[in-house]
Ligand binder design. Structure first.
Ligand code: DQA
Length: 152
């Protein structure tokens, strides 16, 4: 459970990302999701943030987590997996969240199948980090820290 004294960054991961490390390593690398999250947590701790995480196989679970983050979390980092490309309920939910929102993809969907080229969450996030593999979640923590510092 998060230490409520520190601002909380919620890291959301969508379907099939629990299989990182086993799933198409030639595209997604050999690190597991836990390894990515732990690296992000380490970075966040150094910058004075607490991290909460959810790995969900359905859009509804992610929508509920976004609702729960409103007025409670400082920022959201989200890799919606394939939901990125069609789950408009994520767009609506993210639009209700006021803090920085960073979309992360390990691969670069723009270089892959045409159906991956559209992100339905892109219009409502602060920015997107894609194609940096293992570094993506860490870069996203840096982005959150910068955006929150700029707001002060
Ligand atoms: C992904 C890219 C999506 O197109 C894909 O469906 C995923 C992973 C990525 O991190 O590169 O599941 O979000």
């Amino acid at each position: 459970m998060a230490n409520s004294a520190l601002p909380i960054i919620l890291i959301l991961n969508g379907p099939n990302l629990n299989l990182l490390g086993q799933r198409q390593p030639e595209i997604y690398g050999t690190a597991t999701l836990s390894e990515h999250i732990n690296a992000a947590k380490e970075k966040a701790a150094k910058l004075g943030f607490e991290v909460e995480t959810l790995v969900a196989q359905s859009a509804g679970e992610i929508v509920s987590a976004i609702h729960g983050a409103r007025s409670r979390c400082a920022a959201i980092i989200i890799n919606p997996g394939a939901l990125t490309h069609f789950a408009w309920s994520l767009n609506d939910a993210l639009a209700t969240f006021d803090g920085p929102k960073i979309e992360v993809h390990l691969s670069n969907p723009a270089t892959r199948d045409p159906w991956r080229h559209e992100s339905v969450v892109a219009p409502v996030v602060s920015g997107t980090i894609a194609g940096f593999g293992a570094n993506g979640y860490k870069f996203a923590i840096d982005a959150v820290a910068t955006l929150l510092a700029d707001k002060k």
